[in-house]
Design a protein around this ligand. Structure first.
Ligand SMILES: Nc1ncnc2c1ncn2[C@@H]1O[C@H](COP(=O)(O)OP(=O)(O)OP(=O)(O)O)[C@@H](O)[C@H]1O
Length: 239
């Protein structure tokens, strides 16, 4: 049996927040974070509210700095350590090697929904007409009516915005896809479509790291659950 290396491998990652507004108070949140995301598998981050799930996701995506440890991502035939990579390389990795579907859409004002979805395709070299055609197909699949495609999503409903976000995240094929509550605002039918899209990508070899409170979605897609509570630093006893 061949055994391909994971698309993401976190080892001994730690994070402490410094609260500058409170006299530089140190808030240790995570230590010893270690897990793998194999190609074609969906790893879900579990654990109670405040355990550090979003913090892990943000360190992987490079939005938060990592204090120590390594986060190796399959990138350009090699491995990139996201814990130490300079910003320019993190941006290249975001463009080519990791997609991110967040819970909330942060769209540029006045850009039509179809161009929000087409943008990652254009960044990866597709022609404008090709990119818009693929973007339209994704929006259709996610039941965004065609009359909305040329409008900026700022005024869309929560569920519509989330579907635009999903379409954008799935527009390009990346070895790793990060999903932060991808179905939180969706109705049952659209949830079903997203589950189907996730499964297709897993079969095509994408590895996924997800935060997903919805038990139905979790059951449908999770291959492995990492309990983030297990990475809590020991509490200091009060004197
Ligand atoms: N930017 C920040 N500055 C200071 N503390 C932060 C910051 N981001 C997160 N924290 C703290 O880190 C801890 C973990 O937060 P995080 O959002 O990662 O938890 P979570 O498991 O994703 O929770 P939830 O399920 O409620 O979204 C919390 O105590 C939170 O207050």
């Amino acid at each position: 049996m061949t055994h391909s290396p994971p698309v993401l491998s976190a080892r001994d990652v730690a994070k402490t927040f410094t609260l500058h507004l409170q006299g530089s108070l140190q808030l240790p949140v995570l230590q010893g974070v270690s897990f793998d995301v194999p190609a074609g598998r969906c790893v879900v981050l579990g654990g109670d509210s405040g355990a550090g799930k979003s913090t892990i996701m943000k360190m992987v995506y490079g939005s938060y700095l990592t204090d120590s440890g390594s986060i190796l991502l399959a990138h350009r035939e090699g491995l990139l350590d996201l814990a130490t990579a300079p910003p320019r390389q993190v941006l290249a990795a975001r463009r080519e090697s990791m997609g991110y579907v967040s819970q909330f859409l942060r769209a540029v004002p006045r850009v039509p929904a179809i161009d929000v979805v087409a943008e990652p395709l254009l960044d990866n070299g597709a022609s404008r007409s090709q990119a818009r055609e693929q973007a339209g197909a994704l929006l259709s699949r996610l039941s965004i009516p065609e009359r909305l495609w040329e409008l900026p999503p700022a005024t869309f409903s929560g569920g519509e915005q989330q579907r635009v976000n999903i379409a954008r995240g799935f527009a390009t094929f990346t070895p790793l896809l990060l999903l932060d509550e991808p179905t939180a605002s969706l109705d049952a039918r659209n949830r079903g479509v997203v589950i189907e899209m996730i499964r297709e990508r897993l079969s095509a070899g994408t590895g996924m790291l997800a935060i997903c409170h919805d038990a139905q979605v979790r059951q449908a897609v999770a291959d492995h659950i990492v309990d983030v509570a297990g990475f809590a630093p020991p509490r200091e006893e009060a004197p």
